[in-house]
Design a protein around this ligand. Structure first.
Ligand SMILES: [Fe+2]
Length: 619
């Protein structure tokens, strides 16, 4: 193989992307999204999002229509309301035309399942015509339309929110302890559990309590000695300001949740939950035998987990982590630089979706303010701190490093950890691809040091008037090929696999509010006694909140735009690189098979199937 020398240092970057540090201070974000990065530059992305948004609109209208009177009056009312909404985004004519075409093709849908299929086809046609502005208006129409309201009288009220949006299977089993444990290793936020090296004074569980769950043949000390005891620690929420927008007091919780693997076992079992980190008589330790209090305590963990998930694991450590890399890449690398060519497909849509997040989702009065437990300032601070936990510690925030730090990298101690096992397959495949790619351009470490554009790229990433990152390479310089490969692997992995792992569970596991409420609505119990089903229902979101949670998270969790490893035909012109790419794609196919195989004998975990991982953060 011949190796190309790096001949790009004399070509200047063509674009300037300006920083703004005031949107989510002090994080580096783009000041104004350049037209080439905007949603309008990608009509196929808009059509995909619009199709899901229209489905949500139909669902919202269906919740509000009483189905008495048979399918015909129901369908007539639904289409009439759909037409009113379509008129507001100048899509009424297209809608009526699409309905007419469907009627001609398939006739009138005389059952509810047929009506749903009929509407799915209509939606696809209308979605193709939606502009970026119309899409923004459509989302606002859905949010304002909200057709459910009030407190639930039973869980059935939440089930009825799912009309054309399918009721997720987790609605049927989320109260099982095994499902609660599986959330820690295969759920939306599978990054919390840490192996305990010693008992935690904040959680003074007795041997008797432990053995009442795990049996008298096991003990706390044996579990610690064997590495079978794990903690999910949400104390980051201790003392945070509670939100009350839009119309009810909300509560944040900082629980400590203890899990153990039985001797010789494979999977975590929930052992105990304490709802705040300070032990005391008014802060009981709940165990699975505690009836409704146990269900309430588990729900409190789910609420803390959902808040951590959205602010830290999803927004902070994927969306906001990648943003400064996008800016420095455009500012310092020429479009012909190999790193520019490699990275930019992994940045498609990221500036636009992050801009929409900061200006809309996490603005005062926005979705996060309405739904999350904390005040909006608190949620924003948490997202910034979450982003900084990685941005300021890049070298120690790679997947292998974070697994080791949490003591969960040893699969013999914790065999059942689908996220870890699948994520490592992807990390290794991406690492190999990046290593091969870089070997074509850098044959020595000196070549890395001598690439002025690359060095300027790193300098901008760590500059105070640049990306504000820290702990990159050695002394914030990339001096070796190994350091370069590690950093670029982290960026590509975060933009693809890691984002997929935390983004797509939103569309299923998180749409059903009782399984994972974004906000809590009553204080944690302070005694062992007295809780009832009614107390449990009081903890859950009001129906308007549950509806909005379903709508927004279904939208965010159901759009798949681009696919990992698919850079487009002939994107890389060098046949040697093309060959490396084929190897990478073959490796991804093998991983797909391996994950499908694993799913036959474990808690099925599909969020890291390569076919379901986009190249970039674009939703
Ligand atoms: Fe996302």
């Amino acid at each position: 193989m011949t190796t190309q020398s790096v001949t790009i240092t004399d070509i200047n970057p063509s674009t300037t992307y300006t920083y703004n540090y005031t949107y989510l201070p002090p994080l580096a974000m783009v000041d104004v999204v350049p037209p080439a990065e905007g949603f309008s530059a990608r009509p196929d992305w808009i059509a995909k999002v619009a199709a899901q948004a229209l489905k949500i609109l139909v669902n919202t209208i269906m919740i509000g229509i009483k189905s008495e009177g048979g399918i015909k009056p129901f369908a007539d009312k639904l289409i009439a309301e759909l037409a009113i909404a379509a008129r507001q985004i100048n899509a009424e004519a297209v809608l009526l035309e699409a309905i007419g075409q469907e009627l001609l093709k398939h006739g009138f849908p005389n059952t509810l399942p047929k009506l749903k299929l009929f509407l799915e086809d209509v939606i696809k046609t209308v979605a193709e015509t939606i502009t970026e502005d119309a899409l923004r208006d459509l989302v606002q129409i859905i949010v304002k339309l909200g057709t459910a309201s009030g407190r639930p009288s039973s869980l059935e009220d939440y089930n009825e929110l799912f009309q054309i949006i399918p009721l997720p299977p987790v609605s049927g089993n989320f109260r099982d302890d095994a499902v609660f444990a599986a959330m820690r290793v295969a759920g939306p936020n599978p990054v919390m559990i840490e192996r305990m090296k010693a008992l935690d004074v904040r959680l003074p569980i007795t041997e008797e309590q432990y053995q009442s769950v795990m049996g008298t043949q096991d003990s706390l000390h044996a579990a610690i000695a064997d590495g079978r005891l794990y903690l999910a620690d949400y104390s980051v929420f201790d003392g945070v300001l509670n939100g009350s927008f839009p119309a009810a007091q909300k509560f944040s919780y900082a629980p400590l949740a203890l899990f153990a693997i039985p001797p010789g076992g494979e999977s975590l079992k929930p052992v105990a939950i304490q709802c705040t980190p300070q032990p005391g008589a008014d802060n009981p330790i709940f165990i699975p035998q505690d009836g409704d209090n146990w269900l309430i305590a588990k729900t409190i963990v789910q609420i803390a987990d959902a808040n951590f998930h959205e602010a830290v694991s999803h927004l902070g450590r994927t969306h906001l982590f990648v943003e400064p890399f996008v800016l420095a890449t455009h500012n310092q690398l020429s479009p012909t630089h190999p790193l520019f060519i490699l990275l930019t497909p992994h940045f498609v849509g990221t500036l636009a979706i992050n801009d929409a997040a900061q200006s809309n989702l996490i603005a005062s009065g926005g979705f996060v303010d309405k739904l999350l437990s904390g005040s909006i300032d608190q949620s924003r601070v948490l997202a910034v701190k979450g982003a900084q936990s990685y941005l300021l510690n890049v070298n120690t925030s790679t997947l292998p490093q974070t697994l080791a730090q949490r003591g969960v990298d040893d699969s013999s101690s914790l065999p059942d950890y689908p996220y870890r096992d699948d994520a490592l397959l992807l990390w290794n495949a991406i690492h190999q691809w990046i290593e091969n790619y870089m070997s074509r351009y850098y044959t020595t470490d000196a070549a890395v040091q001598g690439d002025t554009q690359l060095q300027n790229w790193v300098a901008e990433l760590v500059a105070h008037d640049g990306g504000r990152l820290n702990n990159i390479g050695a002394g914030n310089r990339i001096s070796t090929r190994a350091q370069l490969v590690e950093l670029v692997t982290m960026v590509c992995f975060t933009a693809s696999a890691q984002h997929a792992a935390v983004n797509y569970p939103q569309g299923t596991l998180m749409t059903y509010a009782p399984a994972m409420p974004l906000g809590g609505y009553s204080p944690a119990p302070v005694t062992q006694e007295g809780s009832s089903v009614g107390d449990y229902l009081k903890l859950l979101p009001p129906l308007e909140g549950a509806e909005l949670q379903m709508e927004i998270l279904y939208l965010l969790g159901s759009v798949y735009f681009t696919r990992l490893g698919d850079y487009g035909d002939n994107y890389f012109t060098d046949p040697v690189i093309q060959n490396f790419l084929v190897q990478f794609q073959q490796e991804l196919s093998k991983i797909e098979e391996e994950i499908n195989h694993r799913n036959q004998t474990r808690t099925p975990y599909e969020f890291l199937l390569p076919s379901k991982i986009p190249q970039s953060i674009n939703i």
